[in-house]
Design a protein around this ligand. Structure first.
Ligand SMILES: [Zn+2]
Ligand SMILES: [Zn+2]
Length: 336
């Protein structure tokens, strides 16, 4: 069968590898869709902190079961995959947080992923498609990342939440925060993306971070209170260092985005707010289920995410272009 290997930064090679054999407690999935996300782009660029080469990318997956020994599933079922393979015995796993397992292997990041015709995965990581189509199912993972951040923040209805970064993770986070009843303010530096948030997502307000009076605009929008939750979905050092200034006293600052450097902010600014600072890593089964329920209910529109579609054979030639924001890419979806 065919696979695509990222052999070194900025290098892809198609190769032939053997098809997986059925093994106990595993299912073989015929891959139908692979979503491309920031993690894949950073891995390709050589800027993903948890990455080594060669590697087969692909962790936003949907497909059809072709072999399975678990009675919870049957041949032909459409599924998505929770790609966070956890050890089950470390302190995080024992406390119900397998998403930040100390020995985590993310399928397509730490270990070879789904950019191939068939994969074999432990059945415990399969999530039933519940009638969603393959495009929707491949969107569940990236949306679950946002759902997890939103759940970590413990939003209350009517809370103001500022989401920084209107990329694919950011807009998912905005939609899921809105579903949770919060009033979402979108902050980005790209006017086109902000316009999209206003028109397509119907967020409460949008603000351009490059405006000199961005802080005053946020103040005015929140009756001088400032947002009680700030969520970073940029993974940009400058944005992360700056985000604290937008946070209400007593608020939560949630970092979903990831970058390589040490972040820093003024201790007095952090202290006077009694800030709760938290990272949000991966997602749990609960987050996947929450996203699936909202997709089924029509509360999230898949069309907002998938801007580019390619066949498996076209991935290599198009990948480089998805690094450039001017292509307007939110999410590229690979069809197999
Ligand atoms: Zn992803
Ligand atoms: Zn573990």
């Amino acid at each position: 069968m065919k696979t695509l290997i990222c052999s070194a930064p900025r290098q892809f090679e198609y190769a032939q590898i053997p098809e997986p054999e059925p093994i106990k407690n595993h299912a073989i999935i015929k891959i139908k869709r692979v979503g491309i996300c920031g993690t894949d782009l950073h891995a390709y660029e050589g800027t993903q902190p948890f990455f080594s080469y060669p590697r087969i990318l692909g962790h936003e997956l949907s497909g059809e079961i072709v072999a399975c020994d678990d009675t919870a599933f049957k041949i032909g079922d459409a599924v998505t995959i929770m790609p966070y393979f956890s050890c089950g015995s470390c302190i995080a796993c024992r406390r119900g947080k397998p998403n930040c397992c100390a020995q985590i292997n993310v399928f397509g990041v730490h270990i070879d992923g789904g950019m191939k015709e068939y994969i074999s995965v432990p059945t415990q990581y399969l999530i039933h498609g519940e009638g969603l189509n393959y495009d929707e199912l491949a969107l569940v993972e990236p949306l679950a990342i946002g759902a997890h951040g939103v759940r970590r923040a413990g939003l209350q209805p009517e809370d103001f939440v500022l989401v920084i970064g209107a990329g694919p993770i950011g807009i998912g986070t905005m939609e899921l925060a809105a579903v949770s009843g919060a009033k979402v303010i979108a902050l980005d530096i790209n006017e086109t993306r902000l316009k999209f948030c206003k028109e397509q997502l119907g967020v409460h307000a949008t603000i351009n971070a490059t405006d000199n009076n961005a802080l005053e605009q946020i103040k005015a929008l929140t009756n001088n209170d400032m947002p009680t939750t700030v969520i970073d979905a940029t993974g940009n050092l400058k944005a992360i260092n700056n985000g604290i200034h937008y946070l209400a006293h007593g608020g939560n600052y949630v970092l979903i985005g990831l970058q390589k450097e040490a972040f820093s902010f003024s201790h007095p600014e952090f202290h006077k707010r009694e800030t709760t600072l938290m990272s949000s890593r991966n997602a749990t089964k609960e987050d996947f289920k929450f996203v699936i329920a909202n997709l089924k209910a029509g509360k999230i529109n898949p069309k907002n995410y998938i801007t580019h579609t390619v066949t498996f054979d076209e991935v290599k030639e198009h990948f480089e272009s998805w690094l450039r924001p001017e292509t307007g890419v939110i999410k590229a979806m690979v069809h197999l």
